[in-house]
Write a protein that binds this ligand. Sequence first.
Ligand code: AMP
Ligand code: GLY
Length: 422
Amino acid sequence: MNVLLIGSGGREHALAWRLAQSPAVDRLFAAPGNPGIAEEAEIVPLDIADHDAVHAFCAENDIGLVVVGPEQPLVAGIADALAGIPVFGPGSAAARLEGSKGFVKDLCAAHAIPTAAYARHGNEGAALADVERFGLPVVIKADGLAAGKGVVIAETAEAAHAAIADMFGGGFGHAGAEVVIEEFLTGEEASFFAITDGRTILPFGSAQDHKRVGDGDTGPNTGGMGAYSPARVLTAELETQVLAEIIDPTVRAMAAAGTPYVGVLYAGLMLTADGPKLIEYNCRFGDPECQVLMMRYRGDLAALMLAAAERRLDQISPPEFAPAPALTVVMAANGYPGTPAKGSAIAGLADAAATGAKVFHAGTALREGALVANGGRVLNVTASGASVRAARDAAYRAVDRIAFPSGFCRRDIGWREIAREG
Ligand code: AMP
Ligand code: GLY
């Protein structure tokens, strides 16, 4: 089978690495790809926003499976446009689980799925008038996709008002045409993943991300500065509860509405004193959570994804993971999450790989044969070990062999779990 992978980040490099190991894969193509993905796949110059062109490429190259990494193409309807070709990823109606925060909140309300109390507002005056009832801090969210930036945790009423005014004022583009106001939840966050074909649900592991840019969880939010898997705070008992109370009713509701969800469903959870609550859904793997899941996943990824795309997950045995934890450290370009410095040199990747770690490319480019930074998050240095502490030590050993003078990384990835390991 020939496979087309859509995307260009570290998540997609990890997916390409695993897909290339699947015995069923003859040729692996990727668009737009990156220099790391190019080591695993044939890069094709496709405009992924041009769904007709993607469809034509699939027909010409006998593509038997399309794997979509990021959310934007899914929300834009790439899976619908590729009708007739098996696609791992939901159609646009089901991708609303990530594409519209208000949609998810209404779905939770209709099906008694545990989540923060909320209100949806399509006009500024009504939103401003409603802030008080949730107490402080209060969470203000732009309804639509905002590249991870559409959430403001307001400590004061003034900050809440400013966030609402900013969203309705176009600060988040069309994503802020509607806002969701939410009760603030306290607890520890964890990410849980499930593969589904709209009917059968197969748990696909857990992870914990580090969203703030600085050590000790300080500074602005990012797409994620590092992750480890599994998230042991999500015990087997809690995982069963999450499946029964959150994932299962969601998948059933989407199917009953005639918009079955196919692909990976990523639940961002808050483990509160009242049990796990849904913070948000994503319609794709986490980045960098995918990198640690792929380090631990033991099965045939292409076969699993094809079975989901062909709605026959009931014939597949549940995914298995190596028990050893995996941890990834994101090396980012100076300036991230603001405007990152581009074009600076990176060296030492072979030395890093010689330690046994896997270095995924997130934002790199080749310039006259030399590897340079080409994005905010640049490399994901990933390792496993007998404990999270051992995985962390192995990952930082590799990080320290990489010469990227205009980059930085957090030095404390895994700190919560390492403290618990004692
Ligand atoms: P999101 O972009 O939806 O992942 O939200 C970004 C971050 O905001 C989450 O990872 C949480 O840390 C935080 N957050 C979102 N909603 C809430 C909430 N209702 N209560 C507390 N924290 C939240
Ligand atoms: N790392 C968080 C995300 O992928 O949404």
